[in-house]
Design a protein around this ligand. Sequence first.
Ligand code: BTN
Length: 253
Amino acid sequence: MPQPAPHPLIRRMGPWAVHEWAEALSTNDLARSLPPWSIARCDVQTSGRGRFNRPWIGAEGGLWCSFTVPLAATGTALPEWGHLPLVAGLAVLDLLDTLEINTGRLRWPNDLLVGNAKLAGILVERPSADMAVIGIGINAHNSMEDLRGKTKDPAVSIAILTTHPPTLPVLLEQLGHTLEQRFTQFAARGLPALAADLQRAWDGERPVTIQTDEGDITGTFRGIDASGNPVLRVGNGSLNTIPAHLVNRLVEN
Ligand code: BTN
């Protein structure tokens, strides 16, 4: 897909090569043709997308970026790319920790909320067998007023949650660091390395409905099993594990 600015500014940041554009359609599309350990970031994203091909509004002031990571085998196992939204979710929570914002939580599989308001969204894609693109959009300094009524969840931003919000370059540097750490942990030991932190990240149990092609399952979200499948406590008190690949959506009730 053609992109408006063919010559990005490129700089190094730890293990990452950062490619930056003033404007782009989608950083996930730009990242597809970059090598592993690259970042594509833009100031304004005009055709950003979320899960289910929902549009993602990428106005100036937000952190719109995509990270490419290798999927080559390390040790005995290939990193299971389907778990990368969880890896990225923890990296964003780690970033919030550095800002002393302790109210963030994950909504399985890939939303970062504060209360019921969305602070960040994650879109993982796999352009080739050996590379994944982790797209992360974080409301930072962009106007929340402009988003009102245009998004499924109400929105919140870092600028609202902290009195001294860092600049975008500082936020990107911190996120690059936390994502590198979480990805390295995951690539070495798989999902078990993240299990305890994920259990905390759900921030308690919530009534939800999981929509599948076979129908809806309503219960209380209890977390995920060792393979990353969501587990609900259902009406008769038993635990019901729903294979993640059968889940169309999880909706909080
Ligand atoms: C979602 O909440 O459904 C996921 C939203 C992901 C948005 C980010 S912004 C950077 C990257 N580029 C995109 O086109 N999407 C992701």
